[in-house]
Design a binder for this molecule. Structure first.
Ligand SMILES: Cc1ncc(COP(=O)(O)O)c(C=O)c1O
Length: 471
């Protein structure tokens, strides 16, 4: 490696060119290369003696050229998207000080920032004596919720391990995220003990089905210990009826978790508070700021109603080399399953500082307006079929050509051709046996013209695919 360090300006220029170009913002989501083509485009091998530092600038350009522009308003593929400058800046600031959130002594200001954000986020959930921690994603937040529930009902299990005779059972929406299965797997509960409760035609859990499933479980001598509602299911964006589920969980004395990884950020606007009625009675809440708040991945939080819950999960081994408790400095690591932990709160704080509470409320209101606009376009466009009425930010639809074809295959071809065209990326999934194009509106900067641009791109590819069949 040569000792010559290129100036910071050279590096930042590459990034600035990338994030501020009009193409990055509006189009050209990806220049598609196959896996083998990618390794021809960039030298992936690590050499024995290293390379000149200056070559990093060229690698950075190449890397960005070969990456998907998730900041583009035509990146509609996932539940996260967008380029958020203040958060990006906060990410760089946090990386510059490169610390771990384990202790106040190593991360004094980041600790206080995290505590402030947990306090703020709990003003939205209504947890007056709550707590929380930043962690590595919504999946892991759901894991910690189930872990906390297991440790409440069976605290000895933290030391002696899980007792299979207890027959612990968890209950989730049949369309809930797969992380609940992973959590049950990891916690020694087993995936077959995650009961999938029936949802209605719009994907919302049916409360009477939950009660029926709980009763059936108790009658079999099992121990229901955990129920999860979802605020914004992954495919349909459905919101489970929290309020009704709360009373059922109270009746059966079961931990009630709310997975708001995706739709949880709608809580930022009073307009959508109705989705969260009863949340203040739930035991825990997952909230991913890296999705609808457009913070760079990863930025995720678990909030708990009862302070002390997270500390209770951790059985202190010999940690006196790390935690030197004192009454004025809180070491957040003592309530985390991580030891080293990134200062993810910092980038969220930078963003929230800039937009303010009102600004974020407006951003999520804009998202709902854009999703409504997309739904209207689907309804008004001949050949497009809305498959499920929209509840939040997901629009599930398909193209129905005049000719008689296998609609699943046909729509998959449109989606693949659109993705490889690089003009827009949208995802798909199945509703029962039906392949649905799933359009997710999660970039808070989107405007009507971006939504319209997407449908122009989609229809143009769809028409080509249809005319290829007719030829
Ligand atoms: C409803 C829901 N819960 C949890 C998750 C997991 O979140 P993460 O990707 O941050 O692990 C997702 C991810 O898409 C989700 O849609």
């Amino acid at each position: 490696m040569s000792k010559s360090i290129p100036s910071f300006n050279d590096f930042f220029q590459v990034i600035e060119n990338y994030v501020s170009s009009p193409k990055q913002n509006r189009g050209d989501v990806v220049k598609y290369y196959s896996p083998s083509e990618i390794s021809q485009q960039i030298n992936l091998q690590i050499s024995e003696n290293g390379e000149d530092l200056a070559s990093l600038v060229e690698y950075a350009k190449k890397y960005l050229e070969l990456s998907v522009n998730t900041g583009s308003k035509q990146f509609l593929n996932q539940l996260f998207s967008g380029f958020n400058f203040p958060a990006f800046f906060g990410e760089m600031v946090a990386a510059s000080s490169n610390t771990t959130m384990a202790t106040f002594e190593a991360a004094p200001v980041a600790t206080e920032i995290e505590r402030e954000l947990i306090r703020l986020m709990n003003t939205y959930t209504g947890y007056e004596n709550g707590d929380g921690i930043f962690l590595t994603g919504g999946s892991n937040s759901n894991l910690i919720a189930m872990f906390s529930a297991r440790n409440r009902i069976f605290p000895e299990g933290r030391i002696s391990g899980v007792d299979g005779n207890l027959k612990l059972k968890a209950f989730v929406n049949e369309q809930a995220h797969y992380s609940f299965d992973t959590a049950a797997n990891l916690l020694g509960i087993g995936t077959e003990n995650v009961v999938k409760v029936k949802a209605d035609s719009q994907g919302r859990m049916i409360p009477s089905e939950l009660e029926r499933a709980l009763e059936a479980s108790i009658n079999k001598g099992e121990t229901p210990f955990f129920v999860a509602a979802t605020c914004g299911t992954t495919m349909l964006g459905a919101f489970d009826p929290i309020n009704k589920m709360v009373s059922i969980c109270q009746k059966y004395n079961v931990w009630f978790h709310v997975d708001g990884a995706f739709g949880g950020s709608l809580i930022l606007s009073p307009k959508y508070r109705h989705f969260f009625m009863g949340l203040e009675h739930a035991d825990s809440f997952t909230w991913d700021a890296h999705k609808v708040m457009n913070i760079p991945l990863i930025c995720s939080v678990i909030l708990v109603k009862q302070a002390g819950t997270l500390h209770h999960n951790i059985v202190g081994a010999n940690t006196d080399y790390l935690y030197h408790s004192n009454s004025v400095e809180e070491d957040l690591g003592e309530k985390s399953i991580q030891c080293g932990r990134r200062a993810d709160a910092v980038k969220l704080w930078f963003s929230w500082k800039c937009y303010g509470k009102e600004g974020y409320a407006k951003r999520v209101e804009n998202l709902m307006a854009m999703a409504t606009h997309a739904e209207e376009i689907v309804k008004q466009t001949p050949k497009l079929e809305l498959l499920v009425p929209r509840q939040s930010l997901n629009i599930c639809f398909r193209y129905v050509p005049k000719v008689n074809v296998d609609l699943n295959k046909f729509n998959l071809t449109i989606r693949e051709n659109l993705r490889k065209s690089g003009e827009s990326i949208v995802n798909y999934g199945y509703i029962g046996e039906t392949l649905a194009i799933r359009l997710v509106v999660s970039n808070g900067d989107m405007q009507k013209e971006d939504v319209e641009q997407f449908f122009q791109n989609f229809m143009s590819i769809a028409n080509q695919v249809e005319s290829n069949i007719n030829e």
